[in-house]
Design a protein around this ligand. Structure first.
Ligand SMILES: Nc1ncnc2c1ncn2[C@@H]1O[C@H](COP(=O)(O)OP(=O)(O)O)[C@@H](O)[C@H]1O
Ligand SMILES: [Mg+2]
Length: 365
Protein backbone atom coordinates (compact mmCIF):
# COMPACT_ATOMS: atom_id res chain seq x y z
CA UNK A 1 0.00 0.00 0.00
CA UNK A 2 1.30 3.42 -0.91
CA UNK A 3 1.81 5.69 2.10
CA UNK A 4 1.43 8.72 -0.08
CA UNK A 5 -0.21 8.91 -3.44
CA UNK A 6 -0.40 12.12 -5.45
CA UNK A 7 -2.47 11.71 -8.57
CA UNK A 8 -2.83 14.13 -11.48
CA UNK A 9 -2.10 17.24 -9.45
CA UNK A 10 -2.30 20.58 -11.25
CA UNK A 11 -1.80 23.96 -9.67
CA UNK A 12 -2.74 27.30 -11.16
CA UNK A 13 -1.89 30.28 -8.94
CA UNK A 14 -4.26 33.24 -8.54
CA UNK A 15 -2.31 35.24 -11.12
CA UNK A 16 -3.06 32.54 -13.71
CA UNK A 17 0.42 30.95 -13.68
CA UNK A 18 0.30 27.17 -13.92
CA UNK A 19 3.04 25.87 -11.62
CA UNK A 20 2.18 22.16 -11.89
CA UNK A 21 0.83 20.08 -14.76
CA UNK A 22 -0.80 16.74 -13.85
CA UNK A 23 1.89 15.62 -11.48
CA UNK A 24 1.73 12.10 -10.06
CA UNK A 25 4.05 10.89 -7.32
CA UNK A 26 3.85 8.03 -4.87
CA UNK A 27 5.89 6.61 -2.02
CA UNK A 28 5.56 3.37 -0.12
CA UNK A 29 5.40 3.54 3.66
CA UNK A 30 8.91 4.18 4.98
CA UNK A 31 10.31 5.14 1.61
CA UNK A 32 12.52 8.17 0.99
CA UNK A 33 11.59 9.94 -2.21
CA UNK A 34 13.12 13.12 -3.61
CA UNK A 35 11.70 15.84 -5.82
CA UNK A 36 14.70 17.12 -7.75
CA UNK A 37 14.81 19.95 -10.24
CA UNK A 38 16.04 23.44 -11.02
CA UNK A 39 14.83 26.49 -9.17
CA UNK A 40 11.28 27.43 -10.13
CA UNK A 41 10.24 23.99 -11.44
CA UNK A 42 7.49 23.60 -8.84
CA UNK A 43 9.07 21.57 -6.02
CA UNK A 44 7.96 23.80 -3.17
CA UNK A 45 4.50 24.15 -4.71
CA UNK A 46 4.11 20.37 -4.74
CA UNK A 47 5.35 20.04 -1.17
CA UNK A 48 2.99 22.76 0.07
CA UNK A 49 0.10 21.04 -1.67
CA UNK A 50 0.95 17.78 0.11
CA UNK A 51 1.22 19.64 3.42
CA UNK A 52 -2.13 21.36 2.84
CA UNK A 53 -0.87 24.96 2.77
CA UNK A 54 -2.18 25.21 -0.80
CA UNK A 55 -5.20 23.73 -2.54
CA UNK A 56 -4.70 22.11 -5.96
CA UNK A 57 -6.67 23.17 -9.02
CA UNK A 58 -7.04 19.52 -9.98
CA UNK A 59 -6.01 16.09 -8.73
CA UNK A 60 -6.03 14.15 -5.48
CA UNK A 61 -3.67 13.48 -2.60
CA UNK A 62 -4.03 10.31 -0.58
CA UNK A 63 -2.33 9.33 2.64
CA UNK A 64 -2.68 5.61 3.05
CA UNK A 65 -6.31 4.92 2.12
CA UNK A 66 -7.54 8.37 3.04
CA UNK A 67 -8.20 11.17 0.53
CA UNK A 68 -6.71 14.21 2.27
CA UNK A 69 -6.98 16.65 -0.64
CA UNK A 70 -9.45 18.93 1.14
CA UNK A 71 -8.08 18.63 4.69
CA UNK A 72 -6.37 21.56 6.44
CA UNK A 73 -2.67 21.09 7.32
CA UNK A 74 -3.27 20.30 11.00
CA UNK A 75 -5.59 17.41 10.11
CA UNK A 76 -2.94 15.79 7.94
CA UNK A 77 -0.47 13.31 9.36
CA UNK A 78 2.45 15.28 7.90
CA UNK A 79 5.16 17.61 9.22
CA UNK A 80 7.29 20.00 7.24
CA UNK A 81 10.93 21.00 7.66
CA UNK A 82 11.56 24.33 5.93
CA UNK A 83 14.65 25.65 4.21
CA UNK A 84 14.56 28.70 6.47
CA UNK A 85 13.94 26.44 9.54
CA UNK A 86 11.02 28.77 10.47
CA UNK A 87 11.77 28.56 14.20
CA UNK A 88 10.04 30.89 16.65
CA UNK A 89 12.81 33.35 17.59
CA UNK A 90 11.46 34.08 21.09
CA UNK A 91 11.26 30.39 22.08
CA UNK A 92 14.02 28.05 23.22
CA UNK A 93 14.81 24.81 21.41
CA UNK A 94 12.47 22.99 23.79
CA UNK A 95 9.78 25.66 23.35
CA UNK A 96 9.94 25.26 19.60
CA UNK A 97 9.69 21.49 19.78
CA UNK A 98 6.88 21.62 22.33
CA UNK A 99 4.75 24.14 20.43
CA UNK A 100 3.03 21.65 18.11
CA UNK A 101 2.61 19.08 20.89
CA UNK A 102 0.75 21.65 23.01
CA UNK A 103 -1.45 22.54 20.09
CA UNK A 104 -2.32 18.87 19.75
CA UNK A 105 -3.18 18.90 23.48
CA UNK A 106 -1.03 15.87 24.19
CA UNK A 107 -0.81 14.96 27.89
CA UNK A 108 2.17 16.71 29.53
CA UNK A 109 4.18 13.55 30.32
CA UNK A 110 3.83 12.44 26.70
CA UNK A 111 5.01 15.89 25.57
CA UNK A 112 8.09 15.73 27.79
CA UNK A 113 8.90 12.21 26.68
CA UNK A 114 8.72 13.16 23.02
CA UNK A 115 10.82 16.28 23.56
CA UNK A 116 13.57 14.21 25.22
CA UNK A 117 13.52 11.56 22.52
CA UNK A 118 13.64 14.02 19.64
CA UNK A 119 16.35 16.16 21.30
CA UNK A 120 18.40 13.00 21.78
CA UNK A 121 17.77 11.90 18.19
CA UNK A 122 19.42 15.07 16.89
CA UNK A 123 22.06 15.23 19.71
CA UNK A 124 20.92 18.60 21.03
CA UNK A 125 20.27 17.80 24.68
CA UNK A 126 22.83 20.36 25.83
CA UNK A 127 21.37 23.15 23.68
CA UNK A 128 17.81 22.74 24.89
CA UNK A 129 17.42 26.12 26.61
CA UNK A 130 18.93 28.26 23.87
CA UNK A 131 16.97 30.48 21.54
CA UNK A 132 17.60 30.20 17.78
CA UNK A 133 19.82 33.32 17.76
CA UNK A 134 22.25 31.54 20.11
CA UNK A 135 22.41 28.44 17.92
CA UNK A 136 24.51 27.80 14.80
CA UNK A 137 22.82 27.19 11.46
CA UNK A 138 23.38 23.47 11.81
CA UNK A 139 21.89 23.45 15.31
CA UNK A 140 18.84 25.43 14.19
CA UNK A 141 18.36 22.93 11.41
CA UNK A 142 18.42 20.15 14.02
CA UNK A 143 15.83 21.90 16.15
CA UNK A 144 13.59 22.18 13.10
CA UNK A 145 14.08 18.48 12.47
CA UNK A 146 13.45 17.57 16.12
CA UNK A 147 10.24 19.63 16.04
CA UNK A 148 9.03 17.60 13.06
CA UNK A 149 10.08 14.27 14.62
CA UNK A 150 8.28 15.07 17.88
CA UNK A 151 4.98 15.19 16.00
CA UNK A 152 5.50 11.54 15.02
CA UNK A 153 4.03 12.12 11.58
CA UNK A 154 3.80 9.30 9.10
CA UNK A 155 5.16 11.63 6.42
CA UNK A 156 7.88 14.28 6.79
CA UNK A 157 8.17 16.88 4.04
CA UNK A 158 11.61 18.48 3.66
CA UNK A 159 12.06 21.65 1.62
CA UNK A 160 15.79 21.99 0.86
CA UNK A 161 16.61 21.61 4.56
CA UNK A 162 20.38 21.49 4.07
CA UNK A 163 20.86 24.34 1.62
CA UNK A 164 21.93 26.85 4.28
CA UNK A 165 24.65 24.58 5.69
CA UNK A 166 28.24 24.53 4.53
CA UNK A 167 29.33 21.72 2.23
CA UNK A 168 31.01 19.53 4.83
CA UNK A 169 28.16 19.68 7.31
CA UNK A 170 25.68 19.07 4.51
CA UNK A 171 27.31 15.75 3.67
CA UNK A 172 27.34 14.66 7.28
CA UNK A 173 23.70 15.62 7.86
CA UNK A 174 22.65 13.64 4.78
CA UNK A 175 23.70 10.44 6.48
CA UNK A 176 22.20 11.44 9.82
CA UNK A 177 18.88 12.28 8.21
CA UNK A 178 18.71 8.97 6.44
CA UNK A 179 19.56 7.14 9.67
CA UNK A 180 16.85 9.03 11.58
CA UNK A 181 14.34 8.27 8.87
CA UNK A 182 15.04 4.54 9.21
CA UNK A 183 14.92 4.72 13.00
CA UNK A 184 11.64 6.66 13.18
CA UNK A 185 10.20 4.90 10.15
CA UNK A 186 8.48 7.88 8.57
CA UNK A 187 7.98 8.31 4.84
CA UNK A 188 10.10 11.17 3.52
CA UNK A 189 9.34 13.53 0.65
CA UNK A 190 12.52 15.51 0.22
CA UNK A 191 12.98 18.54 -2.04
CA UNK A 192 16.36 19.58 -3.39
CA UNK A 193 17.95 21.14 -6.46
CA UNK A 194 21.22 19.35 -5.63
CA UNK A 195 21.62 16.24 -7.77
CA UNK A 196 24.34 14.73 -5.57
CA UNK A 197 22.09 15.02 -2.54
CA UNK A 198 19.22 13.39 -4.40
CA UNK A 199 21.39 10.50 -5.62
CA UNK A 200 22.94 9.97 -2.19
CA UNK A 201 19.76 9.96 -0.13
CA UNK A 202 16.81 8.67 -2.12
CA UNK A 203 15.08 5.39 -2.71
CA UNK A 204 13.34 7.00 -5.66
CA UNK A 205 14.09 10.32 -7.39
CA UNK A 206 11.40 12.31 -9.22
CA UNK A 207 13.05 14.70 -11.60
CA UNK A 208 10.97 17.81 -12.33
CA UNK A 209 11.16 20.46 -15.02
CA UNK A 210 8.72 23.32 -15.62
CA UNK A 211 5.97 21.91 -13.47
CA UNK A 212 6.16 18.36 -14.78
CA UNK A 213 7.74 15.10 -13.66
CA UNK A 214 10.09 14.24 -16.51
CA UNK A 215 11.49 10.96 -15.18
CA UNK A 216 11.48 8.96 -11.97
CA UNK A 217 13.18 5.88 -10.63
CA UNK A 218 15.89 4.66 -8.26
CA UNK A 219 19.03 6.85 -8.39
CA UNK A 220 21.12 4.29 -10.29
CA UNK A 221 18.40 3.77 -12.87
CA UNK A 222 17.86 7.40 -13.77
CA UNK A 223 21.56 8.17 -13.65
CA UNK A 224 22.36 5.24 -15.92
CA UNK A 225 19.25 5.52 -18.10
CA UNK A 226 18.28 9.14 -18.60
CA UNK A 227 15.44 9.52 -21.12
CA UNK A 228 16.14 13.09 -22.26
CA UNK A 229 18.91 15.65 -22.63
CA UNK A 230 17.47 17.51 -19.66
CA UNK A 231 17.78 14.49 -17.35
CA UNK A 232 21.18 13.43 -18.69
CA UNK A 233 22.52 16.92 -18.19
CA UNK A 234 20.86 17.74 -14.87
CA UNK A 235 21.94 14.47 -13.28
CA UNK A 236 25.68 14.71 -13.68
CA UNK A 237 27.71 15.29 -16.80
CA UNK A 238 26.94 13.82 -20.19
CA UNK A 239 28.28 13.89 -23.72
CA UNK A 240 25.14 14.54 -25.74
CA UNK A 241 25.17 14.23 -29.51
CA UNK A 242 22.87 13.77 -32.48
CA UNK A 243 22.55 10.46 -34.24
CA UNK A 244 20.60 8.55 -36.81
CA UNK A 245 19.58 4.93 -36.34
CA UNK A 246 20.72 2.95 -39.38
CA UNK A 247 19.74 -0.61 -38.55
CA UNK A 248 19.31 -3.04 -35.73
CA UNK A 249 19.50 -6.67 -34.81
CA UNK A 250 17.44 -7.25 -31.68
CA UNK A 251 18.64 -4.83 -29.00
CA UNK A 252 21.83 -4.05 -30.93
CA UNK A 253 21.67 -0.86 -33.00
CA UNK A 254 23.95 0.72 -35.51
CA UNK A 255 23.89 4.53 -35.30
CA UNK A 256 25.63 7.19 -37.34
CA UNK A 257 27.14 9.93 -35.18
CA UNK A 258 29.80 12.64 -35.13
CA UNK A 259 32.15 9.91 -33.87
CA UNK A 260 31.47 7.70 -36.85
CA UNK A 261 29.26 4.66 -36.80
CA UNK A 262 28.49 3.52 -33.25
CA UNK A 263 27.14 0.29 -31.85
CA UNK A 264 24.47 0.82 -29.22
CA UNK A 265 23.09 -1.90 -26.98
CA UNK A 266 19.70 -0.90 -25.56
CA UNK A 267 16.65 -2.70 -24.16
CA UNK A 268 14.75 0.52 -24.74
CA UNK A 269 14.16 1.05 -28.45
CA UNK A 270 15.00 4.45 -29.96
CA UNK A 271 12.12 6.95 -29.97
CA UNK A 272 12.83 8.04 -33.55
CA UNK A 273 15.27 7.56 -36.40
CA UNK A 274 16.86 10.96 -35.75
CA UNK A 275 17.48 11.40 -32.07
CA UNK A 276 19.84 12.55 -29.34
CA UNK A 277 22.13 10.10 -27.60
CA UNK A 278 24.52 10.36 -24.70
CA UNK A 279 27.28 8.69 -22.77
CA UNK A 280 28.88 9.69 -19.51
CA UNK A 281 32.50 10.90 -19.28
CA UNK A 282 33.42 8.08 -16.90
CA UNK A 283 32.27 5.48 -19.42
CA UNK A 284 35.20 6.15 -21.75
CA UNK A 285 37.97 3.55 -21.63
CA UNK A 286 41.48 4.25 -22.80
CA UNK A 287 42.58 1.97 -25.63
CA UNK A 288 45.73 1.80 -27.68
CA UNK A 289 45.51 3.80 -30.89
CA UNK A 290 46.22 0.78 -33.08
CA UNK A 291 43.29 -1.19 -31.76
CA UNK A 292 40.61 0.31 -34.06
CA UNK A 293 37.40 -1.60 -33.62
CA UNK A 294 34.07 -1.00 -32.08
CA UNK A 295 33.07 2.46 -30.76
CA UNK A 296 36.64 3.52 -30.79
CA UNK A 297 37.90 7.00 -31.63
CA UNK A 298 40.88 9.25 -31.23
CA UNK A 299 40.58 12.41 -29.17
CA UNK A 300 42.80 15.45 -29.59
CA UNK A 301 43.13 16.88 -26.11
CA UNK A 302 42.45 20.61 -25.73
CA UNK A 303 42.30 20.83 -21.96
CA UNK A 304 42.82 18.52 -19.03
CA UNK A 305 42.36 18.89 -15.31
CA UNK A 306 44.07 16.55 -12.86
CA UNK A 307 41.79 16.06 -9.86
CA UNK A 308 43.69 13.40 -7.95
CA UNK A 309 41.25 10.50 -8.11
CA UNK A 310 40.45 11.26 -11.74
CA UNK A 311 41.60 13.26 -14.71
CA UNK A 312 39.01 15.32 -16.54
CA UNK A 313 39.88 15.55 -20.22
CA UNK A 314 38.30 17.74 -22.90
CA UNK A 315 39.01 17.36 -26.58
CA UNK A 316 37.82 16.95 -30.15
CA UNK A 317 37.46 13.61 -31.93
CA UNK A 318 40.01 13.73 -34.75
CA UNK A 319 37.21 12.98 -37.25
CA UNK A 320 34.87 15.65 -35.85
CA UNK A 321 36.78 18.79 -34.99
CA UNK A 322 33.68 20.81 -34.13
CA UNK A 323 32.46 18.30 -31.51
CA UNK A 324 33.72 18.69 -27.95
CA UNK A 325 33.90 15.60 -25.79
CA UNK A 326 34.62 15.15 -22.11
CA UNK A 327 36.12 11.98 -20.69
CA UNK A 328 37.06 11.18 -17.10
CA UNK A 329 39.90 8.77 -16.55
CA UNK A 330 40.15 7.13 -13.15
CA UNK A 331 43.54 6.92 -11.45
CA UNK A 332 45.27 8.44 -14.39
CA UNK A 333 48.01 11.03 -14.45
CA UNK A 334 48.01 14.39 -16.15
CA UNK A 335 47.19 14.46 -19.87
CA UNK A 336 48.95 17.14 -21.91
CA UNK A 337 46.88 19.38 -24.19
CA UNK A 338 47.82 18.79 -27.81
CA UNK A 339 48.31 15.04 -27.37
CA UNK A 340 45.96 12.46 -28.83
CA UNK A 341 44.40 9.71 -26.77
CA UNK A 342 42.29 6.80 -27.94
CA UNK A 343 39.09 5.91 -26.16
CA UNK A 344 36.29 3.39 -26.55
CA UNK A 345 32.71 3.41 -25.27
CA UNK A 346 30.95 0.20 -24.39
CA UNK A 347 27.77 -0.14 -26.53
CA UNK A 348 25.71 -0.70 -23.37
CA UNK A 349 26.83 2.68 -22.00
CA UNK A 350 25.32 4.70 -24.84
CA UNK A 351 21.73 5.87 -24.27
CA UNK A 352 18.96 6.85 -26.62
CA UNK A 353 17.37 10.16 -25.62
CA UNK A 354 14.48 12.13 -27.17
CA UNK A 355 13.84 12.64 -30.89
CA UNK A 356 15.40 15.58 -32.66
CA UNK A 357 12.62 17.96 -33.61
CA UNK A 358 13.38 18.73 -37.21
CA UNK A 359 12.41 22.21 -38.36
CA UNK A 360 9.39 22.18 -40.70
CA UNK A 361 10.32 22.32 -44.37
CA UNK A 362 10.60 25.90 -45.66
CA UNK A 363 11.34 27.40 -42.23
CA UNK A 364 14.93 28.42 -41.65
CA UNK A 365 16.37 28.87 -38.21
N1 LIG B 1 2.03 32.48 -4.93
C1 LIG B 1 2.44 32.39 -6.19
N2 LIG B 1 1.81 33.02 -7.20
C2 LIG B 1 2.23 32.91 -8.47
N3 LIG B 1 3.27 32.16 -8.86
C3 LIG B 1 3.95 31.50 -7.92
C4 LIG B 1 3.59 31.57 -6.54
N4 LIG B 1 4.45 30.80 -5.82
C5 LIG B 1 5.31 30.30 -6.72
N5 LIG B 1 5.02 30.71 -7.98
C6 LIG B 1 5.73 30.34 -9.22
O1 LIG B 1 5.58 28.96 -9.42
C7 LIG B 1 6.78 28.40 -9.94
C8 LIG B 1 7.25 27.28 -9.05
O2 LIG B 1 7.66 27.81 -7.81
P1 LIG B 1 8.21 26.88 -6.64
O3 LIG B 1 7.25 25.79 -6.41
O4 LIG B 1 8.56 27.76 -5.51
O5 LIG B 1 9.53 26.30 -7.34
P2 LIG B 1 10.82 25.58 -6.69
O6 LIG B 1 10.51 25.27 -5.27
O7 LIG B 1 11.04 24.37 -7.53
O8 LIG B 1 11.94 26.56 -6.84
C9 LIG B 1 7.76 29.54 -10.07
O9 LIG B 1 7.75 30.00 -11.39
C10 LIG B 1 7.21 30.58 -9.11
O10 LIG B 1 7.55 31.88 -9.53
MG1 LIG C 1 11.52 25.83 -3.54
Amino acid sequence: MAAIDVDGLSMVYDNGFQALHEVSVSAEAGEFITLLGPSGCGKTTLLRLIAGFLQPTEGTIRLGEEDITGLPPEKRDTAMVFQSYALFPHMTAVGNIQFGLKQQRLPKPEQLDRIEKSLAAVSLEDQRDKRPVALSGGQQQRVALARALAMRPSVVLFDEPLSNLDAKLREQVRFELRALQREFGFTAVYVTHDQAEALAMSDVVYLMNRGRIVQHGPPEAIYRRPNSRFVADFLGVANIFEGRVLSNSGSRYSVSSPFGELDVESDVPPSAEHLYLCWRPEDARLTSSQSGGQNHFDLRVTESVFLGNLTDVFGHPTDAEDTTVRVQLLQHGRVEPGTTISVAIDPANIRFLEPIELAPVGVSA
